[in-house]
Write a protein that binds this ligand. Structure first.
Ligand code: CUK
Ligand code: CUA
Ligand code: CA
Length: 610
């Protein structure tokens, strides 16, 4: 029976084929033309630079991925909450990056929301902040070097999730705990659970104060005038089961009055919890306003002009528009299924990601407020199940309105199959015209949640070519070995194509503290040092100093060698660690670039070489 049907269909198909043929050809031709022009839009020839940096949070990779836009080329991974041995980041127990990370929590993180610093409503290119949802930390990245400058634990909260900078001053970054707990930390009684929003000094990342309330808080966004900051709350039920969390038809957006909170702080209206002043919202009327909105909302995004907060409904097909000054709900337009996040082009349009529909929907905010029927401008399919979406400059007062990234949760058949798991998928969408246009798809490691894009001009005079010389730097010619009992400090330099010292000796069981400075003055001339069978690898960029500590616990010869292919003599760039039995005589040869050796090797008076 089935086969007969198939035959019939095939026959029909054959009949119909001549009629379809020209249509198919035309369609194919049009598709080919479109993909050619899309390819041209993102083509940045080798040697030419992209227009934008895109910073994508690395999710459970614990890092930040940097891409060039529009080419979608992957440029760098900024290692933050997880060691990266290849970069010499936090992989050596004696290193500063290791100590800083381990002092704040586990060697792993879950990064969600990259935030760029602003001055006068524009990106200023100084800092990038990012949260670690799993271990309640915030990190600050210095955009001069694209390296971590600070990591701090945020006390009293769990599930540090929504992160934003308090605008316009950026004096705080604030972060909310998504997962409710007893702030004091030790009760298992759900009746004691609260959530908190923490306000951190944007520079030191010290938690200055917190505001606590019953329920939870998910995603954060700042008003533009220094009054309110906002967050979505999906568990106003204060439930502990997923069924319980979807009981109410309306949850809320919370608005915190920051100047009022600061006043409460000054007036002593707080309790200290683990050393941090906590303002209980119930005790300071007005400090937290709850604005009821449907249902288990997720994204929360203040418009570039600061007039509205748009909260995406998630379990409701709507986006709620709230007046950012009166805190009144003014419209609730339907946009599609599973709205998660909204971003802006600066021309009055909002772009909302629809997780269930796998679409980005473009809609006009003022038209939706006025109740005009044609507020939906365009829809475009993305692949697949989009989470965040972000347009260039959308978090500032001046979005650029040209590019938008769709950060999709599933890539399905988008890339070559690489086993049961597939890479994460991002798509680049041209939003400069009336209609959106997907021009590229690019994979990444797991799992970007959010992104920020900054024009390369902002960072043009920010990113440094070489490191400033650190106080701990070892200077060329001043290499030395300092022994103190069984502790041996080795002050080493490297430059093409030599380590100085090129050889050093210790006793078995000695603790080696290595200080390594790259004394190159040329950008990009990175060296690394790996100690064979010691599990040690450092990487140093020009001007940079790195440190590590390890114990020489085996007798014999251990070569150390350069791990970055730096020159024609890269392979020869190596030296020997000689581990001798306790009590054996040790030599202090440093090598031909070291002053001590130059003096020692100077021809002796009356010698044949004088
Ligand atoms: S959350 Cu992941 S898709 Cu952490 Cu910003 Cu919405
Ligand atoms: Cu230095 Cu290779
Ligand atoms: Ca709910």
């Amino acid at each position: 029976m089935k086969n007969k049907n198939l035959l019939l269909l095939a026959a029909l198909g054959l009949f119909l084929l001549p009629g379809c043929d020209s249509d198919t050809t035309a369609r194919k031709q049009k598709a080919a033309e479109q993909s050619t022009s899309a390819a041209q839009q993102i083509y940045v020839p080798p040697g030419k630079l992209d227009e934008y940096y895109a910073f994508l949070s690395g999710g459970q990779s614990g890092s930040v991925f940097v891409y060039g836009i529009p080419s979608c080329r992957f440029i760098k991974e900024i290692a933050i909450f997880e060691p990266r041995a290849g970069l010499g980041y936090a992989n050596n127990p004696g290193s500063e990056s290791y100590k800083r990370l381990v002092a704040t929590g586990p060697m792993w993180g879950d990064t969600h929301h990259p935030v760029l610093s602003q001055t006068d409503g524009r990106y200023d290119g100084h800092w990038l902040w990012i949260n670690d949802k799993a271990n309640d930390r915030v990190a600050k990245v210095d955009l001069r070097t694209f390296e971590v400058a600070e990591i701090k634990l945020v006390p009293n909260i769990q599930g540090a999730h929504g992160l934003a900078a308090y605008l316009p001053s950026c004096k705080y970054v604030f972060i909310n705990g998504e997962l409710e707990t007893d702030p004091a930390g030790n009760s298992t009684d759900a009746a004691k659970y609260r959530s908190l929003v923490a306000f951190l000094d944007a520079q030191t990342l010290e938690t200055k104060f917190q505001v606590s309330f019953v329920g939870n808080a998910d995603i954060a966004s700042s008003g533009k005038d220094g009054r309110y900051v906002f967050m979505t709350m999906y568990n106003t039920e204060n439930a502990t089961t997923s069924e319980g969390m979807i009981e109410r038809d309306r949850d809320a957006v919370g608005a915190i009055d920051v100047p009022l909170a600061e006043k409460a702080l000054a007036d002593g209206k707080f309790t200290k919890v683990n050393g941090v002043p906590v303002i209980e919202s119930e005790k300071v009327p007005g400090v937290l306003t709850l604005i009821p909105i449907p249902k288990n909302p997720h994204g929360c995004n203040v418009t570039p002009d600061g007039k509205y907060i748009l909260a995406s409904g998630k379990l409701s097909p709507t986006v709620t528009i709230i007046d950012a000054h009166t805190l009144k709900v003014i419209a609730e337009p339907e946009v599609g299924l599973g709205p998660l996040h909204t971003t802006y082009d600066g021309r009055g349009n909002a772009y909302t990601s629809l997780f269930v529909d796998s679409q980005i929907v473009k809609w006009n905010i003022e038209k939706a407020i006025k109740g005009e029927r044609d507020y939906i401008v365009d829809r475009v399919d993305v692949h697949y199940n989009v989470g965040h979406t972000k347009a260039a400059g959308s978090d500032t007062s001046h979005p650029s309105g040209d590019w938008l990234i769709s950060l999709n949760k599933l890539s399905k058949g988008m890339f070559l199959p690489v086993g049961p798991g597939m890479p994460e998928s991002q798509e680049l969408i041209d939003i400069s015209g009336e209609k959106m246009r997907v021009v590229a798809a690019f994979p990444s490691l797991p799992e970007p949640h959010d992104a920020v894009m900054v024009h390369r001009k902002v960072l043009e005079n920010v990113v440094v070519q070489t490191y400033e010389i650190q106080p701990t730097a070892v200077k060329l010619g001043e290499e030395k070995i300092v022994r103190n009992g069984n502790k041996v400090d080795v002050y080493m330099t490297c430059i093409r194509s030599k380590f100085v010292p090129e050889q050093f000796e210790v006793h078995e069981g000695d603790e080696i503290h290595l200080h390594l400075t790259n004394v190159e003055t040329v950008r990009d001339m990175t060296h690394g040092v790996a100690f064979s069978r010691m599990g040690i690898n450092l990487a140093v960029d020009p001007g940079q100093t790195a440190e590590t500590t390890f114990v020489a616990d085996k007798l014999g010869t251990y070569w150390y060698y350069c791990t970055w292919f730096c020159s024609a003599l890269h392979l020869e760039m190596r030296g020997r660690l000689l581990v001798k039995p306790p009590g054996a005589e040790l030599n202090e040869y440093l090598g031909p670039l070291a002053k001590a050796d130059k003096a020692r090797n100077a021809p002796k008076k009356g010698s044949a070489f004088e």
